[in-house]
Design a protein around this ligand. Structure first.
Ligand SMILES: [Zn+2]
Length: 287
C-alpha cells in the first residue's frame, strides 16, 4: 500500500456511507487498433509483400524451371521469416510508446474516478514509474506474440507450399492458400491486440487499486455475446485477496475469496470483464 485512500477520503469530507464503489477503469478501445497498426501490422505487411515472391517461386518450381527445386522456394520463405524477425526487433520503441499511452489513459481515468468519488486529488502523486515493471512485462510479452504471429504464418505458408509440391497442386491454388495464411495472421493479430489491451488495462487498474489500499472489488461482467458462464455468475459479487476480509459483508453483500490471478477480470483469453474498486469505510457490524 502506497497510501490509504479510505482515510484520506474521510479527512477530505464527512462520509456517512459504509462504502463507495468506484467506476470500472478501462482504456479506450482505439488503443487496441493502435497496437495492431503500429506493432503487428508491419509484420503482416512484410508477409503480404513476401507472399507474391513465394507464390512465384512455387510456380517456377512446379513447372520445373529451377534446377534446385524445393530449396529455392524454401529460401524465399526463410528470407521472409528472418526479415520479419529483424523487423520485430525494431518494434520495441513502438511497443513502449503504446504501453505508455495505455498507462496514461488508465491513470487519468483512475485519478478522475477517485476525485469524483472522494475529492482526493491524486493527479500529482501518481506516475508511470509506479508501474514500470508491468509496462516492461507487456512490452516483452507483445514482442514475443509478434514473433509468434510471424512464426505461425511461416508455418502455414510452408505447409501449403510443401504439401502443394508433393501433390503437384496448381500454383493458383497454393497462392490463394498463402494469402489465406497471411490473412489468418492478420485476424489473430487483431484479436491479440484487443486481448492485450484488456489485460494490460486490467492489470494497471488493479495495481492502482492496491496502491490505494483498496482490498475489496466488485466483478463487472463483460456482457459479451459468448460469456464464460462462471464469469457471468460473478457479476456484481464482491471479492478480496485479503483473507481477513473474506466472509465479512459490506452493505449487506458478502465478500468472497478472490479467484486465482489468471482467472480474474480481464485476465483469461478474450475476457472483457472488469473490476470495480470498492472503498470500504466499515464492514457490516463494525464500527
Ligand atoms: Zn470474463
Amino acid at each position: 500500500m502506497k497510501y490509504d485512500l479510505a482515510s484520506e477520503a474521510r479527512r477530505q469530507k464527512n462520509i456517512r456511507r459504509s462504502s463507495i464503489v468506484l467506476k470500472d477503469i478501462s482504456a479506450p478501445q482505439m488503443l487496441a487498433q493502435d497496437l495492431f497498426a503500429s506493432c503487428y501490422r508491419p509484420i503482416i505487411d512484410l508477409w503480404t509483400a513476401a507472399s507474391k515472391a513465394i507464390a512465384d517461386e512455387y510456380a517456377r518450381t512446379l513447372s520445373g524451371m529451377t534446377t534446385d527445386a524445393p530449396a529455392d522456394v524454401q529460401r524465399e520463405i526463410e528470407q521472409a521469416s528472418s526479415a520479419a524477425t529483424r523487423l520485430a526487433l525494431t518494434l520495441t520503441p513502438s511497443l513502449r510508446n503504446w504501453a505508455v499511452r495505455v498507462e496514461r489513459a488508465v491513470r487519468n481515468r483512475w485519478v478522475r474516478q477517485v476525485y469524483s468519488a472522494t475529492s482526493v486529488d491524486l493527479s500529482t502523486r501518481l506516475s508511470v514509474f509506479d508501474v514500470e515493471d508491468t509496462l516492461q512485462s507487456y512490452i516483452a510479452w507483445n514482442a514475443d506474440l509478434i514473433q509468434n504471429v510471424s512464426d505461425e504464418i511461416k508455418q502455414r505458408v510452408s505447409n501449403s507450399v510443401f504439401s502443394g509440391l508433393n501433390e503437384r497442386r496448381p500454383a493458383r491454388e497454393v497462392a490463394k492458400e498463402i494469402n489465406e495464411a497471411v490473412g489468418l495472421g492478420r485476424k489473430r493479430s487483431l484479436r491479440v491486440a484487443s486481448d492485450q489491451l484488456s489485460k494490460i488495462s486490467a492489470t494497471l487498474a488493479d495495481q492502482r487499486r492496491i496502491e490505494a489500499g483498496i482490498t475489496v472489488w466488485s466483478w463487472v461482467h463483460s456482457g459479451k455475446r459468448h460469456p464464460r458462464v462462471n464469469h457471468q455468475a460473478r457479476d456484481g459479487l464482491l471479492y478480496s485477496d485479503v483473507p481477513a476480509n473474506v466472509g465479512k459483508s459490506v452493505d449487506g453483500k458478502v465478500v468472497n475469496a478472490a479467484p486465482e490471478r489468471g482467472d480474474r477480470p480481464g485476465q483469461p483469453p478474450y475476457c472483457g470483464c472488469r473490476a470495480r474498486s470498492v472503498l470500504v469505510f466499515e464492514f457490516d457490524g463494525e464500527e
